[in-house]
Design a protein around this ligand. Structure first.
Ligand code: ADP
Length: 310
C-alpha cells in the first residue's frame, strides 16, 4: 500500500472512497462533513438517515466507520467515521487509530482500492496536529488491507507540513529496522541485557559537572556525568537508522513509553535512537530516560523481541 500526503480539498479527490470526519449523529456538521454533504448532495444525507432509522439508531460510535453513496462527489463511496473529541486525561490515541483502521476495513469490504482521508479530529475536535499526524500515519502504515493507495488530504499548509514530516519518518519501515536488529551480534545483546540487569540506583541518579569558572575565567557549560555502566549501555544500545527528530515530533511514545509494550520492536529501536542521538546535546536526556521509565520500556521491549519474536 502506498501512502501519500497532499494539500487540497477532500471533495475534489477522484478516488474510490473518501473518508468523512463525521459526528455521531451522521446528520451533517461543519468542516469536512459540511463540505462533503454540500458537494455530494442530498443522496448522502438520505442514506445516513436510513442508517439512523436502522441499525445505527443511537448514532455511529466513536472509532467506528460506515459507508454510504458518494452522491455527486467524484468518488464511489463516502466512509463516515467519528473521531474522538480530544480530551485531556483520556485515551485519545486508541479511538483515533481505530477510525483509520475501521475506515480501511470498510474500504476492503467495499472493494475500494484508492481511499482519501482527512486529518480526522484535528478541526472542531481539537486533536493536536502533531500527535494526530503520528497516530494517523503510523496506524495506516501498519494496517493490513487490500487498499492500494491511501491519500491523506490536508486542507491548510500547516497541516500539510506536519503530515508530510510524519510521513518521512515512516522510513525506514518497521521491517527494515527489524532487519537491522537481526544483524546485531549475539554477544552485543547479552552485554546489553547484563548491563541493564546490573543497573543500580546510583547509575540512574547521575550527577552534573561544569557550571563553575575554570582558570581562564570561562564558565564550563553543565554536562551530565554518567557512571561507567551507563556509558557502556549507551554504546551497547542498538539503534535505528531513522530520522529521529522527525519521528519523535508528536510521538506519544516520548511521554507514554509504556505503550512500547504493544508496539513493534522497531519503535523500541527508534526511541533508543532518540535518546542516544539526543545525548549529543549533552543535556542529560539519556540519563533522564533511565528515570522516567523510557529506557526500562525500551529494554523490556527489545528483550521480548530477542527472547520470543525474532
Ligand atoms: P473533526 O470534527 O473530526 O475535528 P473537522 O472537519 O472539523 O473534523 O476537521 C478535520 C480537519 O479537516 C481539519 O484539519 C480541517 O482543517 C480539515 N478540513 C476542513 N475542510 C476540509 C476539506 N474540505 N477537505 C479536507 N480537509 C478539510
Amino acid at each position: 500500500m502506498r501512502i501519500t500526503v497532499v494539500r487540497g480539498d477532500i471533495t475534489d479527490q477522484h478516488v474510490d472512497a473518501v473518508v468523512n470526519a463525521a459526528n455521531s449523529s451522521l446528520l451533517g456538521g461543519g468542516g469536512v462533513d459540511g463540505a462533503i454533504h454540500r458537494r455530494g448532495g442530498p443522496a448522502i444525507l438520505e442514506e445516513c438517515r436510513r442508517l439512523r432509522a436502522g441499525h445505527l439508531g443511537g448514532g455511529l460510535p466513536v472509532g467506528q466507520a460506515v459507508a454510504t453513496t458518494a452522491g455527486n462527489l467524484p468518488a464511489k463511496w463516502v466512509i463516515h467515521t467519528v473521531g474522538p473529541v480530544f480530551t485531556d486525561g483520556q485515551d485519545n490515541i486508541g479511538p483515533l487509530a481505530s477510525c483509520f483502521r475501521e475506515s480501511l476495513r470498510v474500504a476492503d469490504e467495499l472493494g475500494a482500492r484508492t481511499v482519501a482521508l482527512p486529518a480526522i479530529s484535528t478541526g472542531v475536535y481539537r486533536y493536536p496536529l502533531e500527535e494526530a499526524a503520528y497516530v494517523s500515519l503510523w496506524t495506516l502504515a501498519r494496517a493490513s488491507t487490500s487498499v492500494d493507495e491511501v491519500r491523506l488530504v490536508l486542507f491548510d499548509q500547516k497541516a500539510y507540513d506536519t503530515f508530510d514530516r510524519a510521513l518521512e519518518a515512516l522510513d525506514p519501515s518497521d521491517a527494515e529496522v527489524e532487519d537491522e536488529l537481526r544483524r546485531v551480534p549475539e554477544e552485543k545483546w547479552r552485554e546489553l541485557f547484563e548491563l541493564a540487569d546490573g543497573l543500580t540506583t546510583e547509575d540512574r541518579e547521575f550527577t552534573w559537572g561544569g557550571g563553575e569558572k575554570n582558570e581562564d575565567g570561562v564558565i564550563q557549560w553543565p554536562y551530565p556525568r554518567y557512571s561507567d555502566r551507563l556509558w557502556q549501555l549507551y554504546v551497547a544500545l542498538p539503534s535505528a537508522n531513522a530520522d529521529w527528530m522527525k519521528w519523535m515530533s508528536g510521538n506519544p511514545l516520548r511521554t507514554e513509553p509504556a505503550r512500547l509494550a504493544g508496539a513493534p520492536v522497531a519503535d523500541a529501536a527508534r526511541l533508543a535512537t532518540v535518546y542516544v542521538r539526543g545525548e549529543r546535546f549533552n543535556d542529560g536526556v539519556f540519563g533522564r530516560a533511565f528515570q522516567d521509565g523510557s529506557m526500562d520500556a525500551i529494554i523490556a521491549r527489545l528483550r521480548t523481541w530477542y527472547d520470543t519474536e525474532r
